[in-house]
Design a protein around this ligand. Structure first.
Ligand code: PGA
Length: 256
């Protein structure tokens, strides 16, 4: 049986509202019967484009994701957006702790942990990003960073019931235009992350509750090399998800 594959399109701050809606509509019209079978496609546009994209993908199997959510549900938090507000728009997934937010927006291990809890409480699925910087890798501190990020991210996180989490290994040094990590490097981190999840929650939880995906310069040429790993069930795709020219060949690799 084919494994379920999850492709999360992270459009970052890169498309106009109209551009995002047009791309979403083109994706909806592309082999609609195949997307949603063993391939779950999640589009994560800017907040401003969520409504337009939500309308574009209506009556399709394509899912809506956000790139962030605040760790309070409502209140005097100028400029923030809550999980409840996102849920109202039909959002099902929320990216939490992307390295660009850690680098430019003051995101840290503590806020990531708080956001995961709130996202889960709203019945949404967090897509948690973990990854070391190029300096940390050079200094052979990659594992230390991943252990720190993941341990704090999952602190007191309840995974009972229907709750599940996506964990993304996305090393900062592999985000485009840099070359991707090798499948071997991804495999090493996958094993470390699986072990950590087992240490925290016990046996069986990684398999039942965690969807493990890779991010960093994934494209049509290399996507299957990461998916060959049994533990990897998808990818967080930035640059290669921004145009039909690049995204359709990637999707084709997964559904044909
Ligand atoms: P990339 O971005 O695919 O362009 O490397 C991925 C990401 O940063 O989520």
């Amino acid at each position: 049986m084919k494994k379920d594959i999850y492709i999360i399109a992270n459009w970052k701050m890169q498309l106009s509202n109209q551009g995002a809606a047009d791309l979403a509509l083109s994706l909806k019209n592309y082999k609609p019967s195949l997307i949603g079978q063993n391939l779950e496609l999640v589009l994560c546009p800017s907040f401003t484009a969520l409504v337009a994209v939500s309308e574009a993908i209506r009556d399709s199997n394509i899912k809506l994701g956000a790139q962030n959510a605040f760790y309070h549900e409502s209140g005097q938090y100028t400029g923030e957006v809550s999980s409840t507000q996102l849920k109202d728009l039909g959002v099902e997934y929320v990216i939490v702790g992307h390295s660009e937010r850690r680098k430019y927006c003051g995101e840290n291990d503590d806020s990531v942990n708080r956001k995961i809890k709130v996202v889960l409480e709203q019945g949404l699925t967090p897509i948690v990003c973990l990854g070391e910087t190029p300096e940390e890798r050079l200094e052979k501190k990659a594992e230390v960073t991943i252990i720190r990020q993941l341990t704090k991210a999952l602190e007191d996180v309840d995974l009972s019931g229907e709750r599940r989490i996506f964990l993304t290994y996305e090393p900062v040094w592999a985000i485009s235009p840099a070359p991707p990590a090798t499948p071997q490097e991804v495999d090493e981190m996958t094993q470390l992350i699986r072990q950590l999840v087992r240490d925290i929650y016990g046996d069986g939880i990684f398999e039942k509750k965690i969807k493990f995906i890779y991010g960093g310069s994934v494209d049509a040429q290399n996507v299957n090399s990461f998916l060959e790993n049994d533990m990897v069930c998808g990818a967080l795709v930035g640059g290669a998800s921004l145009t039909m020219d690049k995204f359709v060949p990637l999707i084709k690799k997964l559904i044909t």
